[in-house]
Write a protein that binds this ligand. Structure first.
Ligand code: ADP
Length: 621
């Protein structure tokens, strides 16, 4: 990203900004409209008016990017990475919270994929058609079949992509609503979300994609033709400014933490707890609405059946998938535990106090690492016998023992006489025994902005909003009336990747990458010293350690001042070093010292340049 404002003002840069702003005359009204900002910028840089103070602290200049990704969750980070992998050079991620990850971090299950090498290794027969069929059935046939087909077709590639960028999805398991073992999880059977977010964060860092934390997108701006041309944001200091761009990828997630919005679309969920993180407030829905986007299935809000009502901890479906059953306060089973989330949630709400217990034995505990975190959190009761467990949780122990005995019989016979559960992995007869109280809570908002298979955001009339792409929970159509466990992660990786590629293609065919063009116009020599330097005139070379090895720079000193810093040799990643080169070299020239702030998202490269300049200046003292 090119940071143009604050410390780095230059007449040429400002002129370039004004040119670019003129092309983006927003139709929208914002606190600081681009038109106003352009006027400010041009005022500020009138040659005779430019003072030293203004050079140090000019205000109101827009930042620039080719692609702005709104939301640093699974879909947003995936999209940003894919865009850069496709050749994008100027992508930034905006994240309103203090850390990336969003709801993706809380994802416990895994990634559903059909036709993977991992399934093949286990001789699991699956197909794109079967995956589509299961997803449509789970979604009550409300899903957009075209989107579901694209998701299924690209699902095996999604597993490979995650693994290629350093992730670990290599164990295949059974999950609710799937006909075969299809959910891909980390090899240590831990929750998928933390692994995925860690992997994406590392890749974003490696590629040097700037992530602006605690920076909230407020509004997406469009030009007179209705093309996306910028985003208005508010940063952590409460400052509002505009980022000009060619494309926006909306990846703001759902609205499961916005109880007003939930109740607006589904009044019977009033008072429900939520599994969502605090940032899932539907901002993307509101921003897209202002641009005339169409929405689908907004009333389709999923509850997750097994959430601790006190701590809101969600027990992954994997616990049931690996063998656990559900019992009510009378100690009896009441549903096929592997039914879809809507069916299981509805069944729980019919039980005494609208709660139930997740019941399992030592063998299930040992099969799933995620269970250890629930035990550690103190939300699981344990006992040596079913009778003692019943006593500990206030349920008739004899009834509990009878239920387990009957279930073990079904498991041995391979037939669940009562609820037709098909997959019964274990007999649940190995002490200790465990019970965890649970109830349904708001989990996933299946509705959202309408997209086509290229992730372009559509209007009611079917036309696209040029330059606007969306992926992940902010979109609607993929999951229909009920999302299958494991399909959210497939959704964010498959459509996040498509959004990244589509946005990059759009940028290429709509004026190309502005970074290099304006770089060429502005150049680091555009920066002017704000203080007098104290160096010997001459040209010096120095080397420092960057992200991908040594960085060699050439520093020119004239009249005692550093007047230019040129990167001679480096192995830094294209599309990343430019941001560091521009930001750091200009700051060095302005402040006449090698010790300046690193450019966010390109820290290693920035530090390498500073080290190299420091080494060069050692000879100039
Ligand atoms: P998905 O699974 O679709 O990626 P997540 O919930 O994992 O959804 O991620 C969405 C991210 O978007 C969250 O980290 C959330 O804080 C962020 N977000 C939501 N609204 C905004 C906004 N207005 N500006 C910047 N980030 C936002």
């Amino acid at each position: 990203m090119r940071k143009s404002g604050k410390k780095l003002a230059s007449v040429m840069m400002a002129a370039a900004m004004v040119l670019s702003l003129a092309a983006c005359s927003s139709q929208s009204t914002t606190e600081t409209t681009p038109a106003e900002t352009a006027t400010e910028a041009s005022k500020e840089t009138t040659a005779e008016e430019t003072t030293e103070a203004e050079t140090e602290a000019p205000a109101e200049e827009n930042q620039q990017a080719d692609i702005v990704v709104i939301g640093g969750g699974g879909a947003g980070m995936t999209a940003a990475i894919q865009a850069v992998q496709d050749g994008a050079t100027d992508v930034i991620i905006l994240e309103k919270m203090a850390a990336t990850g969003g709801n993706t971090t809380r994802s416990t299950g895994g990634l559903n994929a059909a036709g993977t090498s991992y399934q093949e290794d286990e001789e699991i027969e699956d197909s794109v058609e079967l995956f589509v069929e299961d997803t449509m059935k789970g979604g009550k046939e409300l899903n957009d079949k075209e989107l579901v087909t694209v998701m299924a077709e690209n699902s095996a590639d999604a597993v490979d992509w995650v693994n290629e960028i350093g992730g670990d999805l290599s164990v295949v398991g059974m999950f609710g609503g799937a006909s075969v073992k299809r959910i891909h999880r980390p090899s240590d059977t831990s929750a998928v979300g933390p692994m995925l977010v860690k992997t994406l964060n590392a890749k974003v860092e490696e590629l040097g994609i700037p992530v602006l934390l605690e920076t909230k997108a407020e509004k997406i701006l469009t030009d007179a033709e209705g093309k996306v041309c910028g985003v208005t944001v508010t940063d952590k200091d409460g400052e509002t400014y505009t980022i000009d761009c060619t494309a926006v990828i909306l990846a703001t997630g759902g609205f499961g933490a916005n109880s007003d919005m939930v109740v607006e679309y589904k009044p019977d969920l009033a008072g429900f707890c939520t599994t969502n993180h605090g940032g899932a407030t539907g901002d993307g829905i509101a921003m897209a609405k202002e641009l005339g986007a169409a929405f689908v299935d907004m009333e389709q809000i999923q509850t997750h059946p097994t959430v601790n009502p006190d701590t809101q901890t969600m027990y992954t479906e994997g616990v049931r998938g690996n063998g656990a059953i559900l019992v009510n306060k009378e100690g009896k089973r009441f549903v096929n535990e592997l039914e879809t989330r809507d069916v299981v949630s509805a069944a729980i709400l019919e039980q005494t106090d609208e709660v139930c217990y997740l019941l399992f034995d030592q063998a299930v505990r040992e099969s799933l690492a995620a269970i250890e975190s629930y035990i550690k959190a103190g939300i699981v009761t344990e006992a040596d016998t079913p009778e003692e467990l019943g006593e500990a949780i206030g349920v008739d122990g004899a009834a509990l023992a009878e239920t387990l005995k009957t279930y073990a019989g079904y498991q041995a016979a391979g037939k669940d006489e009562e609820f037709a559960r098909e997959s019964m992995e274990l007999p649940l007869d190995k002490p200790k025994y465990y019970a965890a109280l649970c109830a349904p809570a708001i989990h996933h908002t299946m509705g959202g902005v309408k997209i086509n298979t290229a992730t372009e955001v559509l209007k009611e009339d079917g036309s696209v909003i040029p330059g606007l792409f969306a992926a992940g929970e902010v979109t609607g159509g993929v999951h229909g009336g009920n999302r299958l466990g494991g399909n959210a992660v497939t959704d964010i990786v498959v459509f996040g990747r498509i959004a990244g590629s589509s946005a990059e293609s759009y940028v290429t065919s709509n004026g190309g990458h502005t970074e290099q063009e304006i770089e060429a116009e502005a150049g680091s020599e555009a920066a002017a010293p704000a203080v007098q330097g104290d160096y010997k005139d001459g040209t010096y070379e120095g080397t420092g350690k960057g992200n991908n090895g040594d960085i060699t720079v050439e520093v020119t000193v004239e009249g005692g001042n550093i007047v230019s810093v040129t990167l001679k040799e480096h192995g830094e990643t294209p599309g990343i070093y430019e941001a560091a080169e521009k930001g750091v070299t200009e700051a060095i020239i302005t402040s006449q010292t090698a010790e300046v702030d690193a450019v966010s998202g390109a820290t290693n490269t920035s530090n390498g340049i500073m080290e190299a300049v420091g080494a060069a200046l050692a000879e100039a003292k």
